[in-house]
Design a protein around this ligand. Sequence first.
Ligand code: FES
Ligand code: FES
Length: 212
Amino acid sequence: MDDKTNPTRVDQPRAPLNRRAFLSAGVGSAAAPLFARGLHAETAERVRPAQDPRDRANLTLDVNGRPHRVALDVRTSLLDALREHLGLTGAKKGCDHGQCGACTVMIEGRRVLACLTLAVAAEGRPVTTIEGLAGPNGALHPMQQAFIDHDAFQCGYCTPGQIMSAVACVREGHARTDADIREYMSGNLCRCAAYPNIVAAIKQARTSIREA
Ligand code: FES
Ligand code: FES
């Protein structure tokens, strides 16, 4: 029987696709775990207040050759300590999960991801950020100059991390071939895909940087 003549068929007026209703339903279900987590956090907070003095630490951070005294929550990452407490915003927060390399700095000359390093772990150990890479008279570090010479960036967001990582990569002796450079710089992502130019910049700068 043709649908049109079928008496049992009840034509429901088809609601137009309501984007707002659809999104509300989606957000509602997606938010449930967040609410649950919020409740959990609230309970935990009641057990131990966020401002518990036991969570505070007085530190001296040695950054770019200067000592900085800071009072921090012991859970503060080195990245947040640099950016939020010392005003050194060169190291960037990309993912905050150790996946992009935008936050790369050096501790005792070795590259680290500042978002995964606790500030307390850096106490008493020299930290170098992109702000401390240029010479005392402001002369650019050879790697900084090479990035400019080779247009090794577009938006520039990943660039401080790329440069810090590149300097360490050369000092580690991991920049002798293109393949090595690509491998040992693979933790530094560039959404603008400036990779060929970054490799070219590192090859230019490696001649003026001593391997450790
Ligand atoms: Fe640290 Fe992405 S912000 S790795
Ligand atoms: Fe834009 Fe690398 S230059 S993310």
